[in-house]
Design a protein around this ligand. Structure first.
Ligand code: SF4
Length: 357
């Protein structure tokens, strides 16, 4: 088991970030915030998929005015994403959001900053500082000439110091970059210096396939080192895919045991049934399941029986379109290819029902 770096616990509504709280998966809706119905409906879909914290953009007053109506209809913590305009931050806090994402150094004079921090303090909500290597402050770019790890960390430190100088410590920091190694190094360096909870993400990671891989490498490397308290996979795709990918990363590292964990072989010429189709269909038809169940679908007797026995429900190909079913390590019936999907789904249902009873 990976041991996690000790960070301070910050509360985002009813979701803890840092401390001993589980690593949470976040996403951001891609609807117009002013389109309340669409925004609420997307948030409900994300929540259903396991999203713990959701962010909306607040680029103008109309969006800030939509926040109370959105908040009334959702049950996961809402984060307002604000850039530059401290009025919008105040409106969002007033509306009752559970966190604001803002960089205090970018909102102007000391009094404006104090006003925002005072408002967050009295509403008891945290701030997330979001450093992006693509939008570092001018003075940092002049100092380093280009986005660098050191520049990202300095930017985060600058905003953090503003909060700390005021006495505001409810802060989460994100150091994101589309450059995976830069993102990894910046978070490592920051984690050495501060016990602030870290929100991990590879920003502008790309479409679903390549973006998920980049995110898994960046976020996964840090999590494997015990760094990171919450995450967002940023994809040019349906935000639902971000949540799914986030959970896959957590599952791969053993941080998340919920849901069906599908073990299936890479296939080769020994495969004795249409494993690719069967494994994909089982994965799709069990994606809604919250209970932790290991299912192994293996193509032949080489590695099949071993993996199938280790799983809660296992299938190992025997040749000629036949396969052996294993339940909790015990060899059971021999079934034909066409029965694999219905039988595995049945056994999953039965396992869930037995657990509930
Ligand atoms: S389990 Fe069998 S079919 Fe699957 S990859 Fe291994 S050897 Fe090939």
């Amino acid at each position: 088991m990976i041991s996690r770096r000790k960070t301070r616990l910050v509360q985002v509504g009813n979701v803890g970030v840092g401390g001993d709280a589980p690593i949470s998966v976040q996403s951001m809706v891609n609807t117009l915030t002013t389109d309340i119905n669409q925004t609420v409906s997307q948030i409900h879909r994300l929540e259903e998929a396991g999203c713990s914290i959701v962010r909306v953009t607040v680029p103008d007053k109309a969006s800030a005015k939509a926040l109370p109506a959105i908040l009334k209809r959702i049950s996961i913590p809402l984060v307002a994403d604000i850039h530059f305009d401290y009025h919008l931050a105040l409106m969002a806090v007033d509306a009752g959001v559970q966190k604001i994402r803002i960089n205090p150094g970018n909102i102007g004079t000391g009094e404006r900053i104090r006003e925002v921090l005072r408002a967050c303090e009295s509403a008891k909500i945290p701030i997330r500082i979001g450093v992006n290597s693509g939008s570092l402050e001018r003075e940092i770019m002049e100092k380093y000439g280009e986005p660098t790890v050191q520049g990202m960390v300095e930017s985060g430190e600058k905003h953090l110091k503003i909060c700390y100088d005021y006495g505001f410590e409810d802060v989460i920091v994100a150091l994101k970059s589309s450059n995976v190694s830069m993102m990894i190094e910046a978070n490592r360096l920051f984690a050495e210096k501060y016990d602030v909870p870290l929100h991990l993400g590879v920003t502008e990671a790309g479409p679903k396939g390549s973006g998920s891989i980049k995110s898994a490498v960046g976020i996964g490397t840090l999590l494997a080192e015990g760094i990171g308290d919450t995450l967002r996979v940023s994809l040019s795709s349906d935000p639902l895919e971000e949540v799914k990918a986030g959970y896959q990363i957590l599952k791969a590292l053993g941080f998340q045991r919920q849901g069906v964990n599908l073990i299936s072989c890479p296939t080769c010429g020994r495969m004795s049934f249409d494993l690719v189709r069967i494994a994909s269909e089982i994965e799709a038809r069990t994606s809604h399941i919250k209970e932790a169940i290991n299912v192994a679908i293996m193509g032949c007797v080489v590695n099949g029986p071993g993996e199938a026995r280790e799983a809660d429900i296992g299938i190992a190909g025997l040749g000629k379109g036949k396969a052996r079913l294993y339940i909790h390590g015990i060899a059971r019936d021999i079934i034909t290819e066409k029965d694999i999907i219905p039988r595995v789904l049945d056994e999953i249902d039965q396992l869930i029902n037995d657990e509930i009873r």
